[in-house]
Write a protein that binds this ligand. Structure first.
Ligand SMILES: *Cc1c(COP(=O)(O)O)cnc(C)c1O
Length: 223
């Protein structure tokens, strides 16, 4: 086994049943993705449209590409045909554009609503109040090509484990509220995506069922 394959196996062995692993391959070459693929990994996460499109052309068709990170509306047209899920939806405008592009090719696409739970150093995602407002106004129900699958978040960038844990707990509570109030009848709304290389064990303790790991599998990224 290669180092990438060993790292992947090492993590997978520790995952409780029901927790899925998204291998975050951004900034790593297609050969690295192929190594993961060769031992059965199918979920890969990318954060840039061009890099994603290039890899998708080169690599096997049954990879389930997932878009993480900030997505500009003008990139949606190229991203939607390639991915099965977009994890980082943080505005109505983006949702509307995803619907438009998915409708154009008659594809159903999964989305996670990105929740801002971290401290002020990070700005991405809906605040809980904004997210509730979006769900309450009901317009989201007019988007037939979008499948609402759950909530994603990133913890505060800190070594303070208590803060990280409390961020995840906030996200988990928020997920439960959304599930009860808006998605009680939807089996699709079940994804709780938090936890990265440095904090995924805490994330699982706090209810995550889709962790997103890059560095611990592929090594450091060269930007
Ligand atoms: C890059 C990235 C990851 C992976 O981070 P690592 O620390 O390398 O595991 C996870 N989630 C998102 C949203 C990212 O942008």
């Amino acid at each position: 086994m290669t180092p990438i394959q060993e790292a992947l196996c090492h993590i997978k062995q520790q995952l409780p049943q029901g927790v899925e692993l998204l291998a975050v391959s951004k900034f790593h070459p297609s050969t690295a993705v192929q190594e993961g693929y060769d031992i059965g990994q199918r979920l890969f996460g990318e954060s840039r449209e061009q890099e994603l499109s290039q890899k998708a052309r080169l690599l096997p068709e049954d990879i389930q590409w997932q878009f993480i990170g900030h997505l500009q509306t003008n990139k949606v047209r190229n991203v939607v045909p390639v991915v099965s899920r977009i994890l980082s939806v943080d505005s109505w405008r983006l949702l509307a554009e995803i619907e438009k592009q998915a409708a154009r090719i008659d594809k159903e696409i999964g989305v996670l609503l990105e929740l801002h739970v971290a401290d002020e150093s990070s700005k991405s995602g809906f605040t809980p109040a904004e997210c509730l407002q979006l769900l309450e106004d009901g317009l989201w129900q007019t988007l037939p090509h979008i499948r609402f699958e759950g909530i994603m978040c990133m913890a505060t960038l800190t070594t303070d484990e208590n803060r990280i844990r409390s961020d995840f707990r906030t996200a988990n509570t928020f997920f439960q509220v959304c599930k009860e109030r808006f998605f009680a009848d939807s089996p699709h709304f079940r994804i709780r995506s938090w936890g990265m290389s440095d904090d995924w064990p805490i994330a699982i303790e706090e209810g995550a069922n889709l962790i997103r790991i890059g560095t611990q599998i592929f090594g450091p990224r060269e930007y």
